[in-house]
Design a protein around this ligand. Structure first.
Ligand SMILES: [Zn+2]
Length: 170
């Protein structure tokens, strides 16, 4: 059985304008990929302090550099991005325990790369893929509704939020 608890928990912290689309999109992609694959959201919303801590890594704290974005410079900070990976049930025992970042796997042998099937599905819904960036970020999908992160940060700093939340009015 595919277990969506982790993904749904993360999806429910995304911006309200993309939440249902992320959940429905994952289910639609799984239908495309067949019964041996599941789509997992590995990260969704990242708070400003979390982003700053990530930026510090490899610069002022130990570890490798993993991002060039400070707090506010990533769409994750607004709940408008998520990173995904694929889970495969290679043994056919229903456990989907093998997390995969392969861009080339084709588990259902439909001559389409699973990773790109997910990417292309979300692209048709207006999402952007980090795999098309100069510095590739293959797990990354985001939906900015035509706004840059600077415009989002400006709104954020003005407190232009959906009432009672820290999600931007967009
Ligand atoms: Zn990302």
């Amino acid at each position: 059985m595919r277990d969506h608890k982790v993904s749904y928990h993360r999806a429910l912290l995304l911006h309200p304008s993309v939440r249902q689309e992320a959940i429905k999109g994952i289910e639609a992609c799984e239908a495309l990929l067949g019964p041996k694959a599941a789509v997992r959201i590995v990260q969704g919303l990242r708070t400003f302090p979390e982003q700053d801590a990530l930026y510090a890594q490899g610069r002022t704290t130990p570890g490798p550099i993993v991002t060039n974005a400070k707090g506010g410079a990533s769409l994750h900070n607004y709940g408008l991005a998520f990173d995904f990976a694929l889970l495969y049930d290679r043994d056919n025992n229903g456990s989907y325990e093998q997390l995969s970042w392969s861009l080339t796997e084709d588990i259902d042998a439909d001559k389409k790369k699973d990773w790109l099937e997910v990417v292309e599905f979300f692209e048709t819904l207006g999402w952007g893929w980090g795999g098309r960036w100069k510095t590739k970020d293959n797990p990354h999908l985001e939906k900015g509704f035509g706004m840059t992160w600077r415009e989002m940060l400006d709104k954020y700093n003005k407190g232009d939020f959906i009432k009672g939340t820290k999600y931007l009015n967009i």
